[in-house]
Design a protein around this ligand. Structure first.
Ligand code: HEM
Ligand code: HEM
Length: 242
């Protein structure tokens, strides 16, 4: 596929030769991203502040778990560029991407680039670990995850330590992620942020849109939310004191 060189990608100033606005990120993927950003910010702040804000922490964290599980399913049945098989590439592609990292004329990618693809997988994995361990965590005072009563205090304490440690991994990955996005903007003159808002990228060829159906996304999201809620609160109900 032909790729434009020296790209400066803004809506007012498309890269030379990139005459078409091609749909890259379908609505469910964009909504997933920006709602996730808001909820992770909420979970970090409320987790740190603690106290009465822990109620928001537990519900916000639960919503993150639902979103990430939805994203895993969307990676299998969602739009073309949301699918794992579109952006999870082997070591050869990743090495080529890494080697050309500082070149402005390096090949652009319509979806996630090969290096970025692995960082997205890593982000999803640490988010799963963070929200999953949160379900079993306790703060030794007032708050505990809804499944903490299902395991021994020793196990809950161990998972709380993982919850605290993994928080550092999550923050580090988010910092790298945001730095990479601004690196692309400032150094490579490639604006990745606008496509995550509008869904579209300037591209030299017309490419038929291949976004996933929003209704399918809504059904998947609801199914995940209801199943997780039933699993956590009905199959393993918290004790009356919890
Ligand atoms: C809590 C903070 C954040 C988290 C957890 C996060 C997570 C993610 C995830 C999981 C994706 C993959 C999207 C998908 O394929 O479904 C993604 C992509 C992306 N994010 Fe974030 N993000 C965060 C903050 C931000 C911020 C603050 C910005 C903008 C400044 C941003 C810009 C982007 C862009 C542009 C992409 C697409 C990258 C590409 O073109 O390959 N993210 N992010
Ligand atoms: C990605 C989602 C989540 C993030 C980013 C997050 C982040 C945090 C942070 C920053 C803390 C404070 C830890 C410290 O003192 O340094 C915390 C504590 C806690 N979180 Fe989460 N959390 C998430 C999901 C959850 C979920 C889903 C639950 C349960 C439903 C949960 C339950 C707890 C509990 C019980 C504590 C108190 C444990 C302690 O004192 O360390 N969290 N979380």
């Amino acid at each position: 596929m032909a790729t434009p060189r020296n790209v400066l990608q803004t809506p007012e100033n498309p890269p030379p030769g990139a005459h078409h606005r091609v749909l890259v990120w379908d609505l469910p993927t964009r909504l997933f991203h920006w709602v996730l950003v808001g909820l992770v910010a909420l979970a970090v702040v409320t987790g740190k502040v603690g106290g009465i804000y822990m109620t928001y922490h537990l519900w916000g964290g639960f919503a993150i778990l639902v979103l990430v599980l939805f994203r895993v399913l969307w990676g299998l049945v969602g739009g073309r560029h949301a699918r794992f098989r579109d952006f999870v590439k082997g070591p050869r592609a990743v090495m080529a991407d890494a080697t050309n990292l500082f070149r402005r004329d390096a090949q652009r990618h319509l979806g996630h680039n090969p290096l970025g693809g692995w960082s997205i997988l890593a982000l999803l994995l640490v988010l799963l670990i963070q929200a999953g361990t949160g379900l079993f965590a306790n703060d030794d005072i007032l708050t505990e995850g809804p499944l903490a009563v299902q395991v021994s205090k020793t196990a809950s304490d161990a998972l709380t330590r993982v919850h605290r440690l993994n928080q550092q991994a999550l923050l580090a990955l988010v910092a790298i992620h945001v730095a990479a996005v601004f690196f692309y903007l400032a150094v490579k003159r490639d604006n990745l942020i606008m496509p995550m808002i509008t869904g579209r990228k300037h591209w030299p060829e017309r490419i038929a849109p291949a976004g996933g159906h929003p209704l399918l996304a809504l059904v998947l999201l609801l199914v995940v939310a209801v199943m997780l809620y039933l699993l956590v609160f009905y199959l393993f109900p918290p004790s009356p004191s919890g």
